[in-house]
Design a protein around this ligand. Structure first.
Ligand SMILES: *Cc1c(COP(=O)(O)O)cnc(C)c1O
Length: 370
């Protein structure tokens, strides 16, 4: 049965919700009706029962060990997607106080985060790459964060434009660095000690929609104003082990399986990073080899390893590209409506064969139509 299902699967380049490891989907399928030993589906069990609590802790522990996260941090599983974090972060850290939050804006998601933060308190945009059409990230000399800021916020990988920070932006000691890692979480090793808070919705690179991972340094739990809504207060989630209210049990279960796949099948984040670099190189090499035909969106030194964005000489060729790609089982390649073009999202679970097939298709298409 699963063999048939797999043979019908296409290479899915969707930006999110996005491709998941087949082995994880298969395990979920096998365990869906009766969770091993539990007599019920996990979805039918109390979130406070031992079976689910073990699943929750296992998912937290696996993420902790992948990144090497110390006890100074909480790993929370929340709802509301990445979008709720746009509000929750400033609501906890600048609402009702005099501090200023500083933002680096390198694409659509950073811009949205600024809009929500302004509703909560004082915000300063230190750098905005808008004039370049969001094709790059700043280098440390391009902005100066002040050392009394509430935090410095950035988005490590702008999913729509396909630009990525190769490393953390410079941030004064004592200022918490806050990162939206929604589209590159668990794609490479990180030194979590550099961050005050790092978060990601799961549905790009870590599992199904419905759960958001928030890795938060414990000292940041104490800044929320007293009148802040209970759900919005990080401390409530930390003190109740992500069970202040009913957590998204299915999504957490699947997230834990993806984390195990990374640890056990892939061999950890360094191995994952190498694979991701190989996949990205295949596609960027094809763009560069056909540079009169394909126009990459991101500046070379800021190219995303997760979302490869480029355009074709005309809308006609773009539509033809998408249509013909589909006949090669290459799906969901159309770029975001705001910037057009092609976007190939090659998250962790995209097999290398997907990138190879797409690169070959790109070369053939350029040769025929260039
Ligand atoms: C998808 C995405 C978001 C929004 O996620 P939701 O879960 O839909 O709120 C925010 N930031 C980045 C970088 C994203 O890729």
């Amino acid at each position: 049965m699963s063999a048939t299902a797999t043979s019908q699967r296409v290479f899915n380049f969707s930006a999110g919700p996005a491709v998941m490891p087949v082995s994880v989907l298969r395990e979920l399928q096998e365990e869906l009706i009766e969770f091993p030993g539990a007599g019920s589906s996990l979805m039918e069990l109390s979130h406070r029962g031992q079976v689910f609590v073990d699943v929750l802790h296992d998912a937290q522990d696996t993420i902790r060990s992948l990144y090497g996260i110390s006890d100074d941090y909480e790993v929370l599983f929340l709802q509301g997607g990445a979008a709720l974090q746009f509000s929750m972060i400033p609501a906890n850290l600048i609402r009702g106080n005099d501090k200023t939050a500083q933002y680096l804006v390198t694409g659509s998601w950073g811009k949205k985060a600024v809009g929500e933060a302004r509703k909560e308190g004082k915000v300063e945009v230190l750098y905005d790459a808008k004039e370049s059409g969001y094709n790059h990230v700043p280098s440390s000399g391009d902005y100066a964060a002040s050392d009394d800021a509430a935090y410095l916020y950035y988005c490590s990988n702008e999913t729509i434009q396909g630009v990525q920070f190769a490393e953390e932006p410079s941030c004064p000691a004592g200022v918490p660095l806050i990162c939206d890692a929604s589209s590159d979480i668990l794609s490479r090793p990180l030194d979590i000690k550099k961050y005050g808070l790092l978060y990601a919705c799961a549905q790009k690179n870590a599992g199904p929609a419905g759960v958001t991972v928030v890795i938060i340094r414990k000292d940041l739990l104490d800044h929320a104003p007293d009148n802040l809504a209970g759900y919005l207060t990080y401390k409530n989630h930390a003190e109740n082990d992500s069970e202040w209210n009913t957590p998204p049990t299915f999504a957490i279960w699947a997230l834990g399986k993806v984390a195990h796949w990374l640890a056990d099948d892939i061999g950890g984040l360094e191995a994952m990073q190498k694979l991701n670099e190989r996949k990205a190189k295949l596609l960027y090499d094809s763009i560069d080899a056909n540079s009169g035909f394909y126009a990459g969106h991101a500046r070379r030194d800021c190219r995303s390893r997760m979302n490869v964005t480029f355009n074709l000489p005309s809308d006609e060729l773009l539509n033809k590209f998408v249509k013909e790609a589909a006949t090669h089982d290459l799906a969901s390649l159309k770029g975001h409506r705001s910037i057009g073009g092609i976007r190939a999202s090659i998250y962790n679970a995209m097999p290398i064969e997907g990138a190879e097939t797409l690169a070959k298709f790109m070369n053939d298409f350029a040769a025929k139509n260039g």
